[in-house]
Design a protein around this ligand. Structure first.
Ligand code: UDP
Length: 354
């Protein structure tokens, strides 16, 4: 029987791409989403791409513990991929209670249900923000975490720690109650994403930012289509080769495939520890200016941009050492930045009906 994966926040940007890849890999999927930051566009796109019309969808809030419990009673769930969280850094600074309440409560409810319903494998969507500013690049999973600079970033660190502690506690409970089939053990993987960008090559799913985008690529595509007047490049006086910040931009489909590999590792009993962490990046630094130039070149257009002051809170440069994920997950980022930026542009044009 196919294993079933619960994707919380599965109607969003990353969740919808992961749902596609899980279905393509033969998993049963249940999507749970409260639709607080998306509409049904991507979920409908997932159905079209996979040709699967009957993907179970539960409109629910993971902060509602009764609803999460009911979900685990309704379906036999072998693994959870938890995306259901707020993600705007600036908003988290202005509204910390909202962020802590939502991002921690929802994860705690998932973990509690995973434990009480017989045990489960839990994959948490963490972030490279946990590394903060560092001059020891690229970062490995052993690189120290830095104190978070926003409540959003802090929720990622706290959720990693919660998962680690829950895994540890259920492993010792496992030792006390041996022999049962599904005995409440929780195993966990945290994937630390670098900068996910792009869209599915079908242009049927992609990022749907609400209001003015905070992230670079949606701002670029919205400027190119004429929704925004001009891209501001935040800072050109950084100590980098061209003065603009460097990041590790990871294609969204590559990122989604890393989740499939991690879920397979958990379900096939291949984990070396009960709690594991993997960087999900390309290992390749790309500056803001390089990204803009690549976008212009591959899509054969000129982008209106200007240099602006640095954005508070931005780190100068960060990129991954993805060796561990390459080796242990058998996964490697494969798509070129050009293909990724072409897909991002195709998605923006799809949204504009062009
Ligand atoms: N950036 C920019 N203009 C924008 C948005 C972002 O120059 O309108 C830069 C930002 O300063 C950073 C990089 O693009 O160096 C990536 O920013 P993003 O917000 O996409 O991701 P972050 O790395 O902050 O998570």
């Amino acid at each position: 029987m196919a294993k079933r994966v619960l994707v919380s926040g599965g109607a969003g940007y990353i969740g919808s791409h992961v749902t596609v890849e899980l279905i393509n890999a033969g998993y049963e999927v249940v999507v749970a989403d409260n639709m607080s930051n998306c509409d049904l566009t991507c979920f409908e796109g997932v159905k079209k791409i996979t040709g699967k019309e009957d993907i179970p969808f539960e409109k629910m809030d993971c902060c509602d513990d009764a609803a999460v419990n009911a979900l685990f009673s309704k379906y036999r769930i072998d693994a959870v991929i938890h995306f259901a969280a707020f993600k705007a850094v600036g908003e988290s600074v202005a509204e910390p209670i909202k962020y802590y309440r939502n991002n921690l409560d929802s994860f705690l409810n998932i973990l509690e249900a995973a434990k009480t319903h017989g045990g489960c494998n839990v994959l948490f969507s963490s972030s490279a923000t946990v590394y903060g500013e560092t001059d020891r690049l690229p970062v490995t999973e052993q690189s120290p975490r830095q104190p978070a600079t926003s409540p959003y970033g802090n929720t990622k660190q706290i959720c990693e720690d919660i998962l680690r502690d829950v895994v540890k506690a259920t492993a010792s409970c496992d030792a006390m109650e041996p022999g049962t089939d599904r005995n409440g053990t929780v195993k966990g993987i945290a994937l630390r994403y670098f900068n996910p960008i792009g869209a599915h090559p079908s242009a049927l799913i992609g990022e749907l930012p609400r209001g003015v985008p905070n992230n670079l690529v949606p701002f670029i595509t919205q400027t190119a289509i004429g929704k925004r007047e001009c891209l501001s490049i935040f800072g050109n006086d950084y100590p980098t080769p061209d003065g603009t910040c460097q990041r590790d931009y990871i294609d969204i489909v590559d990122l989604a495939k890393a989740h499939v590999a991690a879920v397979g590792r958990m379900l096939d009993g291949k984990m070396k520890e009960s709690y594991e962490i993997f960087n999900v990046g390309t290992g390749r630094p790309v500056s803001v200016l390089e990204l803009v130039n690549a976008f212009e070149k591959v899509n054969n257009l000129k982008l209106n941009y200007k240099f602006a002051p640095r954005r508070p809170g931005d780190v100068t440069a960060i990129w991954a050492d993805p060796t561990l994920a390459n080796r242990e997950l058998g996964w490697k980022a494969g798509r070129s930045i050009e293909d990724t930026l072409a897909a991002a542009w195709a998605w923006e044009k799809h949204l504009a009906g062009k």
